[in-house]
Design a protein around this ligand. Structure first.
Ligand SMILES: [Zn+2]
Length: 281
């Protein structure tokens, strides 16, 4: 596959040929940065882990050059940081038994530029080669510009592809903003109980981020635990670990307005809050 950037790479942990590794994909995760997938798309990783008939492929759109750094990594240049972050993402792909991991190697600025069509073209190539049943990406109410831009590029790629190349499901997941606020009937709920060791390893191995000053490992496990416990006030916990997502499947249809669709979730949330206040005041 010919990807646009010179530094683009497709890593296959088990050494299979690239085409074979991509075509065995059933679940695809597309994220802005190294480590986002292990936080938000863990459901897909777990669905495929140890299953011979399923395959998770990850895509990281940016090169990780602008990431914060401290301690051991404090004096690393942007170039050295990119090397570290790619190596960490490969470790995650190996431990999580991904079918493949695609590094598209764009700057954040390129991803955020709506006029940049190269990101969209690369994503179309990857999706066509993988033909996944499910795609996990960032949710459109996330507060990180590069995350939201990544999702908008995927939506555009899917809209430009023929219908039979589109997945059955497109999910927007949690990184820089929980989805706990969604009304319960608007939540897609992924139960990610079990393999807690795997869940912890996959986030914890990103040493440049965790030791660099952000305890994503503890925070991510805590968020999943909190999602499970605070989902319902009545009844005992049915799961110890949940990830919430926003169903983006309808926006693959070019006739659906992306902004209106997203704001619809917020409108329904506002109605829920105002309805309770009206009832109790
Ligand atoms: Zn990120």
């Amino acid at each position: 596959m010919q990807l646009h950037n010179h530094g683009a790479e497709i890593y296959v942990p088990d050494g299979s040929p690239v085409d074979a590794a991509l075509s065995r994909t059933t679940h695809l995760g597309v994220s802005a940065h190294q480590d986002d997938l292990e936080i938000m798309a863990y459901h897909g990783i777990l669905e495929c882990f140890g299953k011979p008939d399923k395959g998770f492929t990850g895509v990281t759109v940016t090169n990780g050059s602008g990431s914060p750094r401290d301690g051991l990594y404090g004096k690393y240049t942007d170039e050295e940081m990119q090397v570290v972050r790619r190596k960490e993402q490969k470790k995650a792909a190996f431990i999580g038994e991904y079918s493949a991991h695609v590094f598209l190697d764009y700057s954040s600025g390129a991803v955020k530029d709506p006029a940049n069509t190269q990101v969209v073209e690369d994503l179309k190539k990857v999706i066509t080669a993988c033909k996944p049943q499910v795609i996990y990406t960032h949710n459109l109410a996330d507060k990180h510009d590069t995350h939201v831009a990544t999702t908008l590029r995927i939506i555009r790629a899917l809209r430009e592809l023929p219908g039979d190349s589109r997945p059955l499901h497109l999910y927007g997941c949690e990184v820089w903003r929980n989805l706990d606020w969604l009304n319960d009937n608007d939540k897609v709920i992924f139960n990610v109980d079990g393999h807690e060791n795997l869940a912890t390893s996959l986030v914890g191995l990103f040493d440049s981020q965790v030791a660099g000053g952000k305890r994503y490992d503890l925070a991510t496990m805590g968020r999943r635990r909190a999602n499970a416990t605070y989902l319902a006030s009545h009844g005992v916990d049915e799961s110890t670990s949940l990830i919430f997502a926003l169903d983006l499947t309808p926006v693959m249809d070019p006739k659906v307005d992306v902004k209106e669709y997203t704001l619809g979730y917020i409108d329904r949330f506002a109605k829920e809050v105002s309805g309770r206040l009206a009832k109790l005041m």
